[in-house]
Write a protein that binds this ligand. Structure first.
Ligand code: OXD
Ligand code: MN
Length: 598
């Protein structure tokens, strides 16, 4: 009997007459052979319908409707709980274009290899077509993506994380072919058949075998960082792994900063920070907590837009003290992934408020008590929440132009060496500090946790092209900036020799931010060291902080011997990127080495 399935799916009602889009969806349907096609419109009615379907199939578990109205829990396959960097590929025609920082696959091989896996992969399943917009509607900087997926969990997450449905089709229009083509299928979640392939030259992403956020919500890491960084280089802008926050001082003066930290290093907490009592009258607002698209405005300033519409945050450690605004954001209409569940249908994770309940269901669905040897929530358990739930959401979150940036911050998770804060001497030195940033690995990616690795600008897993060229692109950006924002390096995670954190972090980071903003305006002092400008005693406001002067000294100290070893260990990165490393970056290191030897 002839297989007329693709004929049947073709007749499904589609909400667009865009011929390129229709032809592509048809082609993907012929490949994956779904039983039915559903075009997502992003409506509330659709959300209710798909949520019910997900609940009926056990994909979502409803939570206590009084404690967490509109909230659901999802439990992943235990082997699919984090990004899989070793299975993530950049497929450019020339291997060199992807650079030594990426796994590379020939595009022909990529399409052929994954094509075999996609062939018939949606038989018996529904194929959802998700039109989505990264960035505010009406912004010349926004990008349209279409994600085809077999996962209702992906649809419901994309609904929270992006501007999805009709709004995106309207932005695309009836004739444009300028959209990202994303094809995703969970298949059978077999890690042996898991690949996340990017084809930046075709504005295409094929992801198979995983339902995990960073692998499956294609608008986020795949489009807004890997593909966008590639496009940004061609088009003269930057796609960065950065939060964007606004800070208004008691006099009503507003500034915006961007900050790049690796995954699970506190971007969401910093972006939603509550200033301590000492900083009464200051107001922090959140533009974004993970990704910034940076362009040079007509005024020669750097402007930032958050392409996302929601938060996909790390749950463990989040509580009403560390991040009350995140807690408010997840109070209703949120999806939780791999957290624990209380007896009365609420959520729990390590580091949530109060003592652990005496009985829980852990992230795998097993009974759990505090005597258990394993955590109740997965260390990379997540919440997905609409940004509109955030009580301190910036009034510019939907502004098509974004916000002008006064300072750029880079930061890693480092137990030693890197001081609390340091300002670069100039743009090139700042690019060098970002480029050579090291950080301890976290549970956000599969693999060992706690190893220091170089994570340039927190973009190691996300830069869609050669990292040396990326540094070159950053350096070139300066030429078009009338007044480049100052660049800073921070470290909230330094520890004493006894292994205790030296800095309280969270809201107290406001003290560091206040110094950074004052430096940006030329109103705060600093001392020069061979490494950069640092706050001297008295420059950083530590009034009311529960730390001894010795603790503050230790948190801010620069040990030149430790920096000697740090520079040594940067050597590996320089060797790896040798082919394209800009001479400026090499010279910055040599200059620094010479200063340390003096
Ligand atoms: C994220 C990540 O999910 O960086 O934001 O892994
Ligand atoms: Mn991230």
């Amino acid at each position: 009997m002839p297989d007329n399935r693709s004929e049947a799916v073709k007749s499904t009602n589609s909400p667009t007459s865009n011929p390129t889009l229709l032809a592509w969806v048809d082609e993907m349907a012929k490949l994956t052979k779904p039983d039915r096609i559903v075009w997502c419109d992003g409506s509330e009615e659709e959300k209710q319908r798909l949520t019910k379907e997900a609940v009926d199939k056990g994909i979502l578990i409803p939570l206590n409707s009084e404690k967490r109205p509109g909230c659901y829990l999802h439990r992943s396959d235990p082997n699919d709980v984090a990004r899989t960097e070793h299975l993530t590929f950049v497929c450019t025609r020339a291997k060199e274009a992807a650079g030594p920082n990426n796994n590379w696959m020939d595009p022909k091989e990529g399409y052929a290899k994954l094509g075999k896996l996609f062939d018939g992969s949606m038989k018996g399943r529904t194929m959802y077509v998700i039109p989505y917009l990264m960035g505010p509607a009406g912004s010349p900087f926004s990008k349209v993506g279409i994600e085809i997926t077999d996962s209702v969990y992906v649809v419901l997450n994309m609904q929270l994380m992006t501007r999805m449905g009709r709004i995106a089709l309207a932005a695309l229009g009836d004739s444009s072919n300028d959209f990202n083509r994303g094809l995703h299928c969970t298949l059978d979640l077999d890690p042996e058949k898991r690949f996340i392939c990017h084809f930046p030259e075709d504005n295409t992403i094929w992801s198979i075998g995983s339902g995990y956020g960073g692998n499956a919500l294609l608008g986020k890491k795949c489009l807004a960082l890997r593909i966008a960084s590639f496009l940004g280089r061609e088009e003269g802008w930057l796609a960065e792994h950065m939060l964007i926050l606004g800070a208004e001082d008691p006099q009503g003066k507003k500034h915006y900063v961007v900050a790049a930290f690796p995954s699970a290093c506190g971007k969401t907490n910093f972006a939603m920070m509550v200033p301590p009592a000492r900083f009464k009258g200051w107001k922090i607002t959140t533009m974004g907590d993970d990704i910034a698209w940076l362009r040079i405005g007509k005024d020669g300033r750097l402007w930032a837009v958050n392409p996302e519409n929601g938060y996909f945050g790390v749950a463990p450690g989040t509580n009403t003290k560390t991040n009350p605004n995140a807690m408010a954001s997840i109070a209703h209409n949120a999806i939780f992934t791999n957290v624990a569940m209380t007896k009365d249908g609420d959520v729990w994770w390590e580091g949530k408020d109060g003592e652990p309940p005496t009985e829980l269901t852990d992230w795998r669905g097993q009974p759990w008590t505090p005597a258990a040897k394993t955590p109740a929530a997965h260390p990379n358990s997540r919440f997905t929440a609409p940004m509109r739930n955030n009580p301190i959401l910036s009034e510019h979150a939907d502004d098509p132009q974004g916000v002008p940036i006064s300072a750029i911050i880079f930061g890693g998770r480092r137990a030693t060496t890197v001081p609390l804060v340091m300002q670069s001497f100039n743009w090139a030195h700042g690019v060098y500090l970002g480029a050579t940033m090291g950080s301890e690995t976290t549970a956000a990616a599969a693999g060992q946790v706690g190893l220091v690795r170089r994570d340039p600008m927190a973009m190691l897993p996300f830069c869609g092209y050669d990292m040396g060229d990326y540094f070159g692109h950053w350096l070139k950006i300066q030429h078009r900036l009338a007044d480049p924002p100052p660049i800073f390096l921070v470290n909230w995670f330094r520890k004493s020799p006894e292994g205790k954190f030296l800095w309280p972090g969270y809201g107290e980071n406001m003290r560091v931010l206040a110094w950074i903003l004052a430096r940006a305006q030329g109103t705060a002092g600093a001392g020069e060291t061979p490494l950069g400008w640092v706050p001297r005693a008295g420059d950083l406001d530590v009034t009311g902080l529960d730390l001894t002067p010795e603790q503050v000294r230790q948190a801010t100290a620069i040990d030149l011997t430790e920096w000697g070893s740090e520079l040594e260990s940067q050597g590996e990165l320089f060797t790896k990127l040798e082919r394209t490393l800009p001479p400026t970056i090499r010279l910055e290191r040599e200059l620094l080495m010479a200063r340390l030897r003096n």
